[in-house]
Design a protein. Sequence first.
Length: 148
Amino acid sequence: MNDTNIRQLMERFLNAETTLEEERALYEYFQGDDIADDLKPYREAFQGFAAVSGMDKPMPQKQTPAWVIVLRTVTSMAAIFLVGLFFFINGEAPEAPQLATTTTLTAPTPAFCEGSTPRELYMCYMERKRETPSVYSLIKKRIYENEQ
């Protein structure tokens, strides 16, 4: 292309009247070495335009495999379920402890917790474990309370 055509294209480019092919021709012209001296200040600007518009190098389209999409979906659903379960279990405020004025707050310990043999310590552990409700029984209790 000669300099008069480039100047006309530059004028149309600055007025936003060029087509994509004409813009591509401008970008290619300013990528080369045979630029007129009075047009050299525009070289960096048009190289920047080419880089921003993506016309300097075509970008390959990378597609995500289907199994990655399925894995992301399943893990996000599991996370949502676990957060919902956490709020369901901990939704109700715990009851405030009642202060006893005449009795002590310590619970009586079973007689077998005082021993130091492994069997007695195990029995004490199992008795305390039976006294505390499990998460499963709390869920069953809340479901039963909601049904009535």
